[in-house]
Design a protein around this ligand. Structure first.
Ligand code: DQA
Length: 170
């Protein structure tokens, strides 16, 4: 057995012929969007900006690729469909970036579904709800999320994907 004392050079690490660092597997992230977010681009642009959900999807796909993440962007106006996707994420152990839209403020059913999560969850908002009407100051989702990113427009999604990548330790 080689014995090292302080000041000795560490043994040469073999490169090329030994086992290689495994490439991290590509992880799918669900980027889920709640009601009225399919109307982005024309919906109150002074609040939500001019980017459409298709623009945000393209940005998420590009950023995800740089992080080794495959991004699956979905939108629904239907609470039951959104909860079904949360169940799917739990079953498949997929991380989720979620803009719950108005469900943020009152959907205990969504909150209970998210409490069953098995992978990172980042809540995201285009606007900053804390700076808007009082009813938007409550999020029933935040307490079951790893964190929340709000107020940066479409960049909120990019920051959320970076947060997910950090939580997956990539
Ligand atoms: C939102 C903020 C919510 O208060 C609102 O109901 C939305 C969008 C946002 O992204 O800023 O629909 O989640």
């Amino acid at each position: 057995m080689a014995v090292l004392s302080r000041g000795d050079d560490p043994p040469e690490l073999s490169r090329g012929d030994g086992p290689q660092e495994p490439t991290p597997p590509v992880t799918t992230v669900l980027v889920l969007n709640g009601p009225n977010l399919g109307r982005l681009g024309s919906r109150e642009p002074e609040i939500y900006g001019s980017a459409t959900l298709a623009d945000i999807e393209a940005d998420c796909t590009a950023v995800g690729a740089t992080l080794g993440l495959t991004v699956d962007v979905r939108q629904t106006d239907d609470e039951a469909e959104l909860i079904g996707w949360i169940h799917e994420a739990a079953d498949r152990r997929l991380p989720v970036v979620l803009n719950p839209a108005a469900f943020t403020h009152y959907s205990y059913a969504l909150r209970d579904a998210l409490a069953m999560r098995t992978a990172p969850l980042v809540e995201v908002h285009l606007s900053n709800p804390a700076a808007r009407e009082t009813f938007r100051h409550t999020s029933v989702v935040s307490a079951v999320a790893d964190g929340t990113i709000a107020g940066f427009g479409p960049r909120s999604y990019e920051l959320a994907l970076r947060a997910v990548a950090g939580l997956l330790d990539r």
